[in-house]
Design a protein around this ligand. Structure first.
Ligand SMILES: Nc1ncnc2c1ncn2[C@@H]1O[C@H](COP(=O)(O)OP(=O)(O)OP(=O)(O)O)[C@@H](O)[C@H]1O
Ligand SMILES: Nc1nc2c(c(=O)[nH]1)N=C(CO)CN2
Length: 163
């Protein structure tokens, strides 16, 4: 119940600083973190490019709700204002999966339903856990192979440092 995969995204203001803020919130529990990727926005396409990264965290003291709250607290600290769905934001922390947990609660859907369709999550996740399996969907390497090549090409690894 304690190991989770989180996706981090920012496309407003100090993008790298906001990703670091999110990472700092989970650092004691950090197992692995991907490179930082610059990605074209999906959903609402007329908005600035995102920086995205994925991290794996593990903390026996935290259940899936605690991971959601940790992410939401980081979003608040980044001054996030909820406006448009899929719109620009200083910081977005999504709980991608939590080991052993499936949830249909709209407050915390697990696995996160957008994951199979988002190269901006699958590419960084595959970098740190190439053999990962998304419960109910299969190996992430297969999900990634099913994404259109032109979409995958818009997810570009940067030299920016998160650690
Ligand atoms: N797995 C999850 N991780 C994070 N938030 C979730 C999850 N499942 C449901 N939610 C809920 O989603 C709500 C809206 O989140 P948010 O505003 O970040 O959506 P979004 O980023 O625009 O869209 P998406 O969730 O498709 O990326 C939050 O209030 C949260 O409770
Ligand atoms: N590339 C990319 N596009 C997005 C992202 C994101 O993190 N990366 N987050 C969104 C918010 O729901 C909407 N669109």
């Amino acid at each position: 119940m304690s190991r989770a995969v989180l996706s981090l995204g920012s496309n407003l203001g100090d993008r790298l600083g906001f990703l670091k803020l999110a990472l700092d919130a989970v650092r004691p529990a950090l197992v692995a973190v991907s490179s930082v990727y610059e990605t074209k926005a999906w959903g609402v396409e007329d908005q600035p490019d995102f920086l995205n990264a994925v991290c794996v965290v593990d903390d026996p003291a935290r259940d899936h709700w605690a991971w959601l709250r940790t992410g939401q607290a980081a979003e608040q600290a980044a001054g996030r204002v909820r406006e448009l769905r899929w719109g620009p934001r200083t910081l977005d922390v999504d709980v991608v999966t939590v080991d052993g947990v499936e949830s249909a609660d709209p407050e915390l859907l697990l696995p996160h339903p957008g994951t199979p369709d988002r190269a901006s999550v699958l590419v960084p996740w595959a970098e740190i856990e190439p053999a990962a399996v998304l419960p109910g969907h299969g190996p992430i390497a297969q999900l990634l192979a099913a994404r259109p090549a032109d979409e995958v090409a818009t997810v570009r690894r940067t030299d920016l440092e998160l650690r």
